[in-house]
Design a protein around this ligand. Structure first.
Ligand SMILES: *[C@@H]1O[C@H](CO)[C@@H](O)[C@H](O)[C@H]1NC(C)=O
Ligand SMILES: *[C@@H]1O[C@H](CO)[C@@H](O)[C@H](O)[C@H]1NC(C)=O
Ligand SMILES: *[C@@H]1O[C@H](CO)[C@@H](O)[C@H](O)[C@H]1NC(C)=O
Ligand SMILES: *[C@@H]1O[C@H](CO)[C@@H](O)[C@H](O)[C@H]1NC(C)=O
Ligand SMILES: *[C@@H]1O[C@H](CO)[C@@H](O)[C@H](O)[C@H]1NC(C)=O
Ligand SMILES: *[C@@H]1O[C@H](CO)[C@@H](O)[C@H](O)[C@H]1NC(C)=O
Ligand SMILES: *[C@@H]1O[C@H](CO)[C@@H](O)[C@H](O)[C@H]1NC(C)=O
Ligand SMILES: *[C@@H]1O[C@H](CO)[C@@H](O)[C@H](O)[C@H]1NC(C)=O
Ligand SMILES: *[C@@H]1O[C@H](CO)[C@@H](O)[C@H](O)[C@H]1NC(C)=O
Ligand SMILES: *[C@@H]1O[C@H](CO)[C@@H](O)[C@H](O)[C@H]1NC(C)=O
Ligand SMILES: *[C@@H]1O[C@H](CO)[C@@H](O)[C@H](O)[C@H]1NC(C)=O
Ligand SMILES: *[C@@H]1O[C@H](CO)[C@@H](O)[C@H](O)[C@H]1NC(C)=O
Length: 672
């Protein structure tokens, strides 16, 4: 993954398919319309304020060293949480490491459970970096089990810093035991790419009111390389991502989760074209194929057991870096895993025998005349791992039953594409449309310690992507929509909607490169019932102001959008590049009250929603110019308007990172 990613990046810089550009950080960063003054390269001055990058996400609970609990997203001032019990808490540093030439050289350390008692864990990943660098993928493992997949912001010459806090209470069972920590963040340092990523990972352990009990056991489906101190990722499609496992026989609930993201030819999978169209613009090189549709698949003993239609992650160098500084793309610091309830497979999985679990990533293999089928493979490559989360009945109990009855028709695809030619026969435009729809379901009768019950899992997903490549591929539009509903009989349902519009224009002035881009995207997820991963709602449970409402919430709703416009300019003569732009992000997070009418056929109806968190933030040329944050009805002042050192530079405005206004003063910080 790592070296391939770098090798591919080197190829890309000579100018392949436009939206497939992954771009390194700029060596200097200027705001052209604010100043004619060009920033000189200089050494890192660590007394200068570092640019604070951040992901927008709902605040999580974290305990400080004095034992008090607070609700915070790391970049904002905190909301104190009234203690509901005598919370025990403690902290542990899991890693302090500088990722420099770190391909094939992950951090390896040991985890020992802390002395305090705890039922929740929040991780704090804080990174500083200065110089020039690509965005990199980072993955934390406990042994062979992937715990967290993240990616990096791209540094500036003066330096950046970010903190991301992640509730990892779902891994409680792993945190109760000794573990080998492996943190893989492949990076490369040379004459041009100068920046290491200096990372600190700490864990905060504390006790707060019980939420749903986390899994009793977690089995990885991974390359299982921890014994040789290596990351346990499968690289699909080169690796066959299969583990054969014998599970305990007293399982009452089982959920499979898949961690996966496209890299190299697959980083911008949502802008790939039909395989029959990859040679449309031979003058600019082959386009990437397998269509812009992707499906993550789980097979148990060769039978399809569930799917996930992935959220289109865009890393911080993606499309145009100026879109993602300092607000990174949705989930770039916390790549999420979708959940597949495999409880209907328990009659099979609890038989005491070994069963195979295989993860595949599939695009579309098209015929070139409007038809296509699942390819059961994709281009190079997708790093993937899986996990099986198990909830157990008392020892000695054996789960039996009949099933599953699987209804797994192939997806229905509607494909079309057309190539427009210049009078002399040269291809000039490519437009294409890919629509997909899939409904699958699994039903069993299972006998557990609680008696006999029906276990079912169904998924209903819809996808569309319209692509319009003009100017021989130098102008690209993709307008994609992924939506769907997952429903389990065991009190879990999820509905999702991921719109993505990306427009980019690639141009060259002699050898210099310019890219203009507009990206509009969103992520809407409503989760009802008992999810494997924290949805964010759990963090509000001990907060006094919501204690009356909290018991009525059966789920949560997260809605966020990003609208960014940015330009990238690369001066090939001086080997420098600039990127600047404007990005606006809105997020609402709410508790959801439902009626009790949910059943195996339909999720419960939403009766009302209560807003818990809202944030509206606008960044202009690397500077946050507007940031309104509301937690449980209270406006709070984000910390980046609070830093005293910013006052010193309030009048400057020559550099992106220095153009901030005085604390809390939005009007004064609007400089145009
Ligand atoms: C996260 O960790 C960093 C570095 O260790 C620290 O400076 C920061 O205060 C921590 N943030 C929170 C919210 O605990
Ligand atoms: C918390 O501890 C203090 C002192 O140890 C004690 O006085 C108080 O009653 C305890 N509170 C609760 C809610 O247990
Ligand atoms: C990162 O760590 C290296 C090695 O310790 C150090 O030289 C460098 O200054 C650090 N960079 C930042 C931005 O803190
Ligand atoms: C991966 O290996 C399993 C078990 O050996 C096999 O059943 C499966 O067909 C293989 N998958 C692929 C895509 O080759
Ligand atoms: C035009 O595009 C089609 C479809 O991708 C391709 O088969 C053909 O070779 C291209 N023609 C030229 C002249 O590039
Ligand atoms: C074109 O599509 C038809 C079905 O519509 C199919 O029968 C035929 O084999 C396809 N041709 C090619 C070259 O794939
Ligand atoms: C795509 O389909 C064609 C025709 O069925 C087949 O020959 C080819 O192997 C398939 N390619 C992939 C990658 O599945
Ligand atoms: C076709 O016409 C375009 C636009 O005039 C020109 O750029 C291109 O070189 C021509 N191609 C050939 C093969 O003549
Ligand atoms: C799947 O979703 C579509 C679109 O929302 C809807 O029309 C259809 O009835 C659903 N099918 C099932 C089986 O739920
Ligand atoms: C594709 O984009 C071009 C250039 O903007 C536009 O003229 C054309 O109408 C678009 N095609 C479609 C099918 O929307
Ligand atoms: C790139 O642009 C710069 C600044 O406009 C100019 O000085 C330089 O000559 C250009 N380089 C090339 C290779 O065109
Ligand atoms: C996105 O932002 C651009 C300006 O940057 C604005 O013109 C456009 O209306 C915005 N679109 C939406 C849907 O908010």
């Amino acid at each position: 993954m790592g070296l391939q990613r770098f090798a591919w990046v080197a190829v890309i810089t000579i100018g392949f398919a436009v939206s497939s550009l992954a771009i390194d950080s700029t060596s200097t960063s200027i705001v052209p319309h604010l100043s004619s003054h060009t920033l000189q390269k200089h050494d890192v001055d660590l007394t200068a304020p570092l640019l604070q990058d951040f992901q927008v996400y709902p605040p999580v609970l974290i305990a400080s060293s004095n034992g008090s609990l607070s609700l915070t997203d790391g970049s904002s001032t905190t909301t104190d949480v009234a203690p509901v019990s005598n919370a025990t808490s403690c902290q542990e540093v899991l890693m302090v490491y500088s990722f420099a030439n770190s391909y094939g050289a992950p951090f390896v350390g040991n985890y020992t459970p802390p002395s305090c008692s705890f039922n929740r864990i929040t991780l704090n990943f804080t990174v500083t970096s200065a110089g020039r660098q690509f965005d990199r993928l980072g993955t934390l493992y406990f042994g062979d089990t992937e715990i967290w997949r993240t990616s990096t912001a791209e540094p500036t010459s003066i330096g950046i810093r970010w903190t991301y806090l992640k509730d990892v209470t779902n891994y409680l069972t792993l945190f109760q035991q000794q573990q080998k920590i492996i943190f893989d963040l492949g990076n490369l340092i040379n004459n041009i790419y100068t920046a290491p990523y200096n990372a600190t990972l700490t864990a905060s352990f504390f006790t707060a009111g019980d939420s749903d009990p986390p899994a009793d056991l977690i089995f990885p489906v991974s390359a299982r390389q921890s014994a040789s101190n290596a990351p346990s990722v499968f690289t699909f499609p080169v690796d066959n991502a299969t583990n054969t496992l014998t599970l305990p026989q007293n399982i009452r609930r089982a959920v499979f989760t898949i961690a996966a993201c496209g890299q190299a030819e697959e980083e911008f999978w949502w802008s790939n074209v039909l395989s029959s169209d990859t040679q449309t613009f031979p003058q600019t090189g082959a386009l990437y194929g397998f269509s812009p549709f992707r499906e993550l698949q789980l097979f148990i003993d060769g039978m399809l057991a569930g799917v996930a239609w992935p959220f289109p992650i865009i890393f911080t160098g993606g499309v145009v870096p100026g879109l993602w500084r300092p607000i990174v793309g949705i989930d770039a610091f916390d790549l999420r895993e979708d959940e597949i309830d495999i409880t209907p497979f328990l009659p099979l999985l609890c038989d005491g025998a070994a069963h195979s679990f295989e993860i595949r990533v599939s695009g579309i293999n098209d015929t070139g005349n409007g038809t296509g089928v699942l390819a059961e493979t994709v281009g190079s490559n997708w790093p993937v791992t899986g996990k099986i989360f198990l909830w157990l009945d008392p020892e000695g109990s054996v789960t039996t039953g009949s099933g599953p009855l699987a209804t797994t028709p192939d997806p229905v695809f509607q494909l079309s594409s057309s190539v427009g030619k210049l009078p002399n026969g040269t291809n000039e435009t490519l437009t294409y449309q890919v629509n997909a729809q899939r409904s699958i379901s699994f039903v069993s009768t299972i006998n557990t310690a609680n008696g006999s019950q029906t276990a079912s899992w169904s998924q209903n997903l819809t996808y569309s992507n319209f692509g319009n490549f003009t100017a021989a591929g130098n102008t690209q539009v993709n307008n994609q929509s992924t939506s769907g509903e997952d429903l389990s009989s065991l009190n879990y349902s999820r509905s999702l909607n991921y719109p993505l519009y990306a427009f980019s224009v690639y141009g060259t002035v002699r050898d210099n490169i310019t890219i203009f881009a507009n990206v509009l995207r969103g992520r809407d997820v409503q989760t009802i019932g008992q999810a494997v991963f924290p949805t964010g709602l759990e963090s509000f449970e001990p907060v006094e102001a919501v204690q009356n409402q909290y018991p009525a919430f059966q789920g949560s709703l997260l809605q966020t959008t990003q609208n960014g416009t940015a330009t990238y300019f690369s001066n090939q003569t001086s080997n420098t590049s600039f990127s600047f732009g404007t990005t606006v992000q809105d997020m609402v997070f709410a508790g959801v009250v439902t009626s009790d009418s949910g059943n195996a056929e339909s999720p419960p109806q939403v009766v009302s929603t209560s807003e818990l968190f809202r944030r509206h933030v606008e960044a202009d040329n690397s500077t946050v110019i507007e940031d309104d944050e509301t937690v449980i009805g209270h406006s709070i002042r984000p910390a980046h308007f609070n830093s005293p050192s910013m006052n010193d530079f309030a009048g400057s405005g020559t550099r992106s990172m220095l153009g901030r206004g005085p604390p809390g003063s939005k009007a004064a910080s609007r400089r145009k």
